[in-house]
Design a protein around this ligand. Structure first.
Ligand code: COA
Length: 374
């Protein structure tokens, strides 16, 4: 019997080599540089993981301290970038703000001999949350915020800038774990885009800007926002069950379920689910967790489909007070580490990526003069 036709192009095709991560290999769900995602989410911080993904080994204490210090010092934004962010419309999607911010920074702090790929990777890891929240506060309240905080880590920096107060240790750690889970994922659509752009020998910012564009769609990073839009349609778990049954009857896609590579489970999902559960305790909107859990049960029972990382990230972010339109940008704050590692890996052994198409168009024919065209 032939394999069912996948809806994903190039599924299962090996398009290159990587030493950065493995996804869905038998026995081990997800590894970054050989370490399991379970161990990293349990024992490491996002900065340790970003270092690991970039350089291939876990940092020692001295390396970690100096990396943290460096990232903390890179949170401020150049005045020209602030001016550009002020001109980006208030109703722009936050992903478009990051895409524009990244591209603009590439004109202000250009890649050259003294500012190399490594320096730009560090800069973008440190500055993406600052860019988004500078734009956010300027358009919401006219405030030109100071983006240089001394918060411990990228996740806490983001939450502090968003809420104008330091997060609790539970909130900071939940955010940190979420960034670890989103940091890297082999040849997904956005990472592959980064590698295709890097393969042309374009600059680092062009590769990342392309990656942000690919990540924006609801079939990739945008699924966490789409999941929240689904969940918040319902006020109770029973209502969610009835709504889901209707959606499945109508053969609609339920965002946050299924995966292009994992066949039985997304190993990141139970981890973010446990953090979502912890954050839901005593939260006024804890019903969001009960609704999410019921949707998970219905999808498993009716379709044998499991939630991917995006599904329970949605409720976790809601409990952290993060606006839905910022969910996919958080993916960028984390995935910039993976993208950077892949761009460097691509450059280290570069070949232009240029596949071939199967032609299904018109047969060769004579040029048609204007007077004969309909
Ligand atoms: N909702 C409803 N049905 C779904 C589904 C979903 N989220 N995901 C898969 N299915 C259905 C498929 O349509 C297919 O049904 P069919 O056999 O009747 O055609 C069946 O389940 C098996 O599909 P599968 O081969 O596992 O999925 P895929 O590899 O073709 O697609 C995705 C994978 C990710 C594109 C798909 O699951 C999807 O669109 N998910 C929602 C978007 C999302 O969460 N994206 C983030 C991914 S990390």
């Amino acid at each position: 019997m032939s394999e069912p036709k996948k809806k994903i192009a190039l599924s299962g095709v090996v398009a290159g080599q990587t030493a950065v991560s493995t996804v869905g290999k038998e026995g081990v769900g997800l590894t970054y540089r050989g370490y399991s995602i379970e161990d990293l989410a349990e024992h490491a911080t996002f900065e340790e993981v970003a270092w690991l993904v970039l350089y291939g080994e876990l940092p020692n204490q001295k390396q970690l301290d100096s990396f943290r210090k460096k990232l903390t010092g890179l949170r401020g934004l150049p005045p020209v970038l602030c001016e550009i962010l002020e001109r980006v419309p208030a109703d722009a999607h936050p992903m478009d703000v990051l895409r524009t911010g990244c591209s603009a920074l590439g004109t202000i702090e250009q890649e050259n001999e003294s500012r190399d790929a490594e320096a730009i990777a560090h800069r973008l890891i440190a500055a993406f949350p600052s860019m988004l929240l500078y734009w956010h506060h300027f358009h919401r309240s006219g405030k030109r915020i100071e983006t240089q905080t001394d918060a411990q880590g990228v996740g806490a920096h983001f939450l502090q800038l968003l809420h104008d107060r330091p997060p609790s240790s539970l909130q900071a750690r939940a955010m940190d774990v979420s960034l670890i889970l989103y940091a890297e994922h082999e040849f997904n659509a956005s990472t592959f885009t980064c590698r295709v752009v890097a393969g042309t020998r374009a600059d680092f910012y062009s590769a990342v800007t392309g990656g942000i564009g690919a990540l924006r769609g609801p079939l990739h990073g945008g699924a966490n926002e789409a999941s929240m839009e689904l969940i918040e349609q319902f006020s109770t778990a029973d209502e969610a069950e009835a709504g889901l049954m209707k959606m499945l009857d109508e053969k609609r896609t339920v965002m946050g379920f299924g995966h292009p590579v994992y066949r039985e489970c997304d190993p990141r999902s139970p981890i973010i689910k446990s953090w979502s559960r912890k954050l839901s305790n005593d939260h006024p909107e804890s019903r969001i967790f009960a609704i999410s859990e019921r949707i998970e049960q219905v999808m498993l029972r009716e379709k044998k489909l499991f939630p991917n990382l995006d599904f329970f990230s949605a409720s976790a972010y809601r409990f952290l007070g993060i606006p839905t339109a910022m969910f996919t940008p958080i993916f960028v704050f984390a995935r910039i580490s993976g993208w950077s590692a892949h761009i460097m890996e691509q450059r280290a052994n570069n070949r232009l990526i240029r596949p071939t198409a199967e032609y299904i168009g018109a047969e060769p024919r004579a040029f048609l003069p204007m007077e004969k065209r309909s």
